[in-house]
Design a protein around this ligand. Sequence first.
Ligand code: ARG
Length: 453
Amino acid sequence: GDSVVRRERFSGGPAREFLSSLSADERIFAADLAVDRAHVVMLAEQEIIGPDTAGEILRALAAVEQAGHEDLPEGEDVHEAIETAVIDRVGPEGGRMHTARSRNDEVATCIRYRLREDVLELIETVVEAREQLLDVAAEHTETVMPGYTHLQPAQPTTVAHWLCSYESALARDTARLIDAYERTNQSPLGGAAFAGTPFDIDRERTAELLGFDGLVENAMDGASARDFLVETTAAVTGLATTLSGLAEDVVTFANRGHVEVADEYASTSSIMPQKKNPDTLELVRGRTGDATAGLNGLLTTLKGLPRAYNRDLQRAGRHAYDAIDSVTASTEVAVGAVVTAEWPADDLADAAGEGFSTATGVADRLAQAGIPFRTAHEIVARAGEAADPDIEAIGAAVEAELGESLEEVADREAIEAALDPEESVRMRDSRGGPAPAALRAHLDRVREDLRAD
Ligand code: ARG
């Protein structure tokens, strides 16, 4: 029959290994069995194949599943190998399984089915990570720390404000993953090679049996489309980029003694006995390369492909799988390292005032007293030139700039208080700001959002 002819014509040769995706297809072994089952059930319900044949095929599929991927006969890919294994068990009647479909719609369905699981696992991991970040943030709404721009001391903030800034970014990464999931969760099955089929199939039924939300309706589109891989991998790459910033922050904080990474997330040196290095976070930073490599590889593989199926597509899925595996692990480790780290509150409070980081708050207070902000900025900049820019230096700068005493233009005590890092944080209570009250309100709002995710 057909399979004999096919085996004779394509028995191998030097390109045999090159053509085969069988070992890489282990990832979609379970997906292919699910797709086969759904298709066979639908064929029987539509009376395209008889109930006895369907029953025998389903029993054979159960046996194939039992034996496992390693036990499959030779084949160009998992789809062919499973079909051969079914025919070996059932006889020629088993060949009815491939009625009204092609490997082209089959493989596209398998990848979507499998990727769905991977994306869901990643979404769960990110949501859990966000929960943990918020829990730690709740303990640190009053832990003052230095905030930086250009890596230079900028304004005092809190550990909670820093943690929540990453939770917010991860919330958007979650939304992008959910979005990609929704378009992945569509069934191309039943499109056959790309051109439909004369059989009276029920595509909605197989979609429903496989838990898809809808159809990739156009059969040519269904066989060709891999943009769901692109957007999933892009979302994963965005997440990896968020995590790389988080990791970099912790590496620099550890360098300055602002944070102590737990032993189980640190590493030592083989020669320098005193060393404790934040290696896990450096690896999180480094793994961003895995994700961007995947996205790049995928886009290059897909670029300029004609309709409908082309064998290049066999190289597409792995880029997405590699990226998602790498970044799922990164998410767990990055957040694990952050939530187990120690924040030395006293050292942080001392460091928070370094580099006259309270200057902006002082200028804000002068401006609140009625001085134009640009003038206040000038006054505080002048005070900042003093060796110790204290309340006296500010008084002198006011005199020099305005010809009036500090007491005449503002409340001296309020200005003095603004020089204190803790007060500097407390006064910035605008929405989204670091003041403990503003932060607690933010925490309440984002906990709601997190429950919705
Ligand atoms: N193994 C292929 C893949 O992973 C699917 C088979 C389609 N092959 C074909 N010659 N039409 O993309």
